[in-house]
Design a protein around this ligand. Structure first.
Ligand code: COA
Length: 196
């Protein structure tokens, strides 16, 4: 069996504005069953592939959406809610590592109850466990501060220890256990907060 090359923990990591220059690597990750959406998983990946097929330039532009122009967000039960201003960044070293997204309501730290935190991230399975999510979140926090936020909220599934570690590695503190909105099913989650 081929040995995977070792990934240096200090390998350079960048948060890239999504662009056509890296679209092939993004498509490759989607086709390898990775999803940038931790709730809608494969359904979201299939939607992204279809959008790229139809209009790749429009798709990458829609991932940087501070004016919330890309239309409503679909929740797991199929209901739709207004999109918040937000953007995604592609986590990159010598290739595609995953994505991290940030959304917020201008002028306040508050989020609507259906929005599960300011920041979400997903690393491709073949690059997990090498500090990418921890370092990507560390890179994004100063950008959140630039929007005037004094803190950000993040949520995780109760059993998602890696994600909880990513947050506590970045100074996050546990706030409470809560029930997600009914649109997500009868699911409990953890709420964390990181002061900026
Ligand atoms: C959660 C996720 C983003 C973590 O990405 P990652 O790049 O592997 O995270 P890191 O390498 O920065 O690891 C963070 C911590 O979790 C630990 N960890 C990683 N994988 C683990 C595993 N399978 N089991 C237990 N701990 C694990 C690491 O050891 C590290 O802890 P440490 O700092 O004490 O060593 C990744 O597993 C993922 O994409 N999961 C699916 C999507 C998801 O759950 N996103 C978060 C939604 S809230």
């Amino acid at each position: 069996m081929l040995q995977q090359p070792a990934i240096a923990e200090d390998s350079p990591l960048q948060l890239l504005v999504p662009s056509l220059a890296q679209i092939d690597a993004y498509v490759d990750a989607l086709k390898r069953d990775w999803s940038p959406d931790n709730i809608r998983l494969g359904a979201a990946a299939a939607e992204h592939l279809a959008k790229i097929d139809a209009d790749a330039a429009g798709f990458v532009a829609s991932l940087d959406d501070r004016d919330a122009k890309a239309g409503p967000i679909t929740l797991p039960d199929g209901s739709q809610v207004p999109r918040l201003p937000g953007y995604s960044r592609w986590i990159w070293d010598d290739g595609f590592c995953g994505s991290i997204g940030f959304r917020w309501q201008p002028g306040t730290e508050a989020l609507p109850p259906h929005c599960l935190g300011h920041i979400g991230y997903a690393v491709v399975p073949w690059k997990r466990g090498h500090g990418y999510a921890t370092r990507a979140l560390a890179r994004l926090l100063p950008e959140a501060r630039k929007e005037g936020l004094k803190h950000v909220e993040l949520t995780t599934d109760v059993t998602n220890l890696p994600s909880q570690k990513v947050i506590t590695n970045n100074g996050g503190v546990f706030v409470r256990r809560f029930h997600k909105e009914p649109a997500y099913g009868d699911v409990e989650a953890f709420l964390f907060r990181i002061d900026l």
